[in-house]
Design a protein around this ligand. Structure first.
Ligand code: HEC
Ligand code: HEC
Ligand code: HEC
Ligand code: HEC
Ligand code: HEC
Length: 180
């Protein structure tokens, strides 16, 4: 304090400003580091699971229609969206953009939220058949305004649950189950 007391008011303002700027910079860095993997990617259209699932009761499989019979869950086509949005909310900016994709016959270039390395084999079908809930791997998507990754699916995560499967399927931890 004594040092500060000896400074001119202009110097004090400069020091105070410097401290505030450094604290803000630190906060931004901490925010970027901790939120990096969990931020929702920017999407071409602001699609909200909260509106469609939580507020309007649409089941996951209505849109992710191959989740029970194929490795991939699939993302619904523009045609599927237009089945409703040729009438619903047609003047909103999101639906104007959607209609443009439809009229141009173009798919919507959605950014992926989850991405496994290509050397990992994953299948939705096996997990849906075994009644593993979507939420155990994707979190509470139904209440997300923008889909983002909340569960980090590293090898330990996969193996932990496979280890709990008490059905005599030891081959569930064989390397070749997931690395073929
Ligand atoms: C009305 C259609 C619709 C319904 C219903 C729906 N989704 Fe989606 N979902 C989408 C679309 C479109 C995307 C791609 C855009 C995005 O990532 O937000 C998507 C993306 C996702 C993603 C991220 C995919 C990736 O890139 O990794 C997950 C996970 C997901 N949905 C899970 C669910 C679950 C779980 C439910 C049910 C609770 C559900 N969805 C219901 C349309 C739907
Ligand atoms: C055991 C974990 C697990 C469960 C359970 C699971 N998913 Fe996934 N999901 C994944 C993984 C891993 C990926 C990324 C796959 C990749 O990158 O190839 C993924 C990707 C997706 C995608 C992106 C498109 C795709 O097919 O790659 C959607 C959409 C999705 N899941 C929806 C669902 C829905 C809906 C359910 C429930 C019916 C569900 N998932 C259950 C692990 C899971
Ligand atoms: C089963 C009917 C249905 C389907 C299919 C559907 N939606 Fe919707 N969507 C709705 C309803 C209902 C709302 C809420 C409208 C409101 O509140 O005015 C909505 C709202 C929206 C909004 C917000 C509009 C606004 O008011 O700003 C967007 C964007 C949107 N949907 C995009 C999509 C996309 C993209 C798809 C395809 C992946 C899709 N929807 C599929 C029924 C549907
Ligand atoms: C919450 C529990 C759970 C998690 C998490 C989980 N699995 Fe599974 N997995 C299962 C169950 C249950 C089965 C089916 C066992 C059976 O068929 O008896 C299974 C089966 C499989 C199979 C065998 C499919 C087949 O064709 O037989 C593969 C591959 C697989 N899981 C990969 C993964 C990968 C990769 C991850 C991580 C991204 C993962 N699993 C995470 C529970 C889980
Ligand atoms: C249940 C599925 C599953 C099984 C079984 C499995 N792995 Fe993996 N493995 C994964 C996933 C998922 C990743 C990717 C992790 C990530 O993205 O962080 C991975 C990544 C790896 C990597 C790369 C690690 C790194 O740090 O980049 C190696 C090496 C590997 N696994 C070896 C093995 C070996 C050896 C076995 C058998 C003892 C095995 N795995 C069994 C799911 C599995």
């Amino acid at each position: 304090m004594r040092v500060i007391a000896g400074l001119s008011s202009r110097q004090r303002v400069l020091i105070g400003g410097g401290v505030i700027v450094s604290v803000l910079a630190l906060v931004v860095v901490i925010f970027l580091v901790t939120s990096e993997s969990d931020a929702a990617p920017e999407q071409p259209i602001d699609f909200s699971h909260q509106i469609h699932v939580a507020e309007n009761g649409m089941p996951c499989q209505y849109c992710h229609s191959t989740v029970h019979n194929s490795p991939v869950a699939s993302i619904p086509s523009v045609e599927k969206c237009m089945g409703c949005h040729n009438q619903i909310a047609i003047d909103s900016p999101g639906i104007v953009a959607l209609t443009e994709y439809w009229e141009n016959g173009e798919p919507i270039p959605w950014e992926r939220v989850h991405n496994q390395p290509s050397y990992v084999y994953f299948s939705h079908q096996a997990h849906v058949a075994a009644e593993v809930s979507c939420g155990s791997c994707h979190g509470d998507v139904a209440s997300m305004a923008a889909a983002r990754q909340v569960v980090h699916m590293n090898m330990g995560f996969c193996l932990d649950c496979h280890a709990e499967q008490d059905n005599g399927r030891e081959e569930l931890y064989d390397c070749v189950v997931c690395h073929r």
